[in-house]
Design a protein around this ligand. Structure first.
Ligand SMILES: Nc1ncnc2c1ncn2[C@@H]1O[C@H](COP(=O)(O)OP(=O)(O)OP(=O)(O)O)[C@@H](O)[C@H]1O
Length: 243
C-alpha cells in the first residue's frame, strides 16, 4: 500500500511549552484508509491532525505524500481538506452559503485571479453532492448545525483534496444529523478514493468502513487496531478511566 502519511518518532511542541505535547509518535497511514483518532480530552488528537497538516513545530519525521510536511507545507496543504473542530457562525456573518463553498477553491484560484466558471461549477457540484445547493443563497449564520457541517464538507470537496483531516465532525449534531453527515463523509471517502483521518469522541460514531482506530493518551500512541479489536479491548477502556 502506498503510504500517504508517515510519522516517525514525532514530538510536537506548542510555543512556550517546555515539554512536547505529542511524545514520540510513529505511524503510517496508507492511501484509501479511513482512520479514526480517539482518546480522552487533552490526549493530543487535534495536535496530531495539525502536525500532519504541517502547521506545528515538531521534531522527528513528518512526511505527507512522501514529502517533508514542515518544509513543503503550503504545497502539501493544497491537497489536504482540513475541517476544524465544531465551527459555528454568528447569525450576522456576512457570507452566503455559496461564498463559503467557493472558499474551497481559493487555493486553486490564487490571490490574483477571480473565480472562473469552472470554480463556480466545482463549488456548485460540491454543494449538490452535499445536498446543500437549495441553501445556496442563504446566509451561513442562519443554518442548523447539520446544514452548516454539510456546507463545510462541500467547501472541502470543492477543493478536491486527496486527504481529509476532520476534527470532531459530529460534535453539536443531533442523532439524525450525525447519521446524515456520517453517510456523506463515507460516500465522499469511497467515491473520491480519499484518505481520511477523523477525530471522534463517541464509539457510536465509528463508521462501518473505518479501517483503524488510533488511540492516544497523554500525547502517546497507545493503540492502533481495527475497531473490532480496539473497541472491546481493555487498553481502550482503561484509556478513558480516570488516572
Ligand atoms: N495552543 C496551545 N498552546 C499550548 N498548549 C496547547 C495548545 N493547544 C493545545 N494544548 C495542549 O496540548 C494538549 C493536547 O491538546 P489537544 O487539543 O491536541 O487534545 P485533544 O485530544 O484534541 O483534546 P479534546 O478531546 O479536548 O479536543 C492539551 O494538554 C492542551 O492543553
Amino acid at each position: 500500500m502506498d503510504m500517504l502519511i508517515r510519522l516517525e518518532n514525532v514530538h510536537t511542541f506548542y510555543d512556550g511549552e517546555k515539554n512536547s505535547t505529542l511524545k514520540g509518535i510513529t505511524l503510517s497511514i496508507g492511501a484509501g484508509e479511513m482512520v479514526c483518532v480517539m482518546g480522552p480530552n487533552g490526549a493530543g488528537k487535534t495536535t496530531l491532525l495539525e502536525t500532519i497538516n504541517g502547521i506545528l513545530p515538531s521534531t522527528g519525521r513528518v512526511e505527507v505524500f512522501g514529502r517533508d510536511a514542515r518544509r513543503h507545507g503550503p504545497e502539501i496543504r493544497k491537497d489536504i481538506g482540513y475541517m476544524l473542530q465544531a465551527k459555528t457562525f454568528p447569525e450576522d456573518t456576512p457570507y452566503l452559503v455559496r461564498d463559503v463553498v467557493l472558499m474551497g477553491r481559493f487555493g486553486k484560484i490564487g490571490m490574483l485571479r477571480r473565480p472562473g466558471r469552472n470554480d463556480w461549477n466545482a463549488a456548485r457540484d460540491a454543494a449538490r453532492f452535499m445536498e446543500v445547493d437549495h441553501l445556496w443563497d442563504r446566509p451561513i449564520g442562519k443554518l442548523s448545525g447539520g446544514q452548516t457541517q454539510r456546507v463545510l464538507l462541500a467547501r472541502l470537496l470543492a477543493k478536491n483534496p486527496r486527504i481529509l483531516l476532520l476534527d470532531e465532525p459530529y460534535s453539536n449534531l443531533d442523532c439524525r444529523a450525525v447519521e446524515d453527515v456520517s453517510r456523506k463523509i463515507c460516500t465522499l471517502h469511497t467515491r473520491n478514493k480519499l484518505t481520511t483521518v477523523m477525530v471522534i469522541h463517541d464509539t457510536a460514531h465509528v463508521p462501518d468502513i473505518c479501517d483503524r482506530i488510533l488511540l492516544l493518551k497523554d500525547g502517546r500512541l497507545i493503540g492502533d487496531a481495527h475497531p473490532d479489536v480496539m473497541l472491546p479491548s481493555r487498553t481502550f477502556r482503561d484509556a478513558f478511566a480516570e488516572a
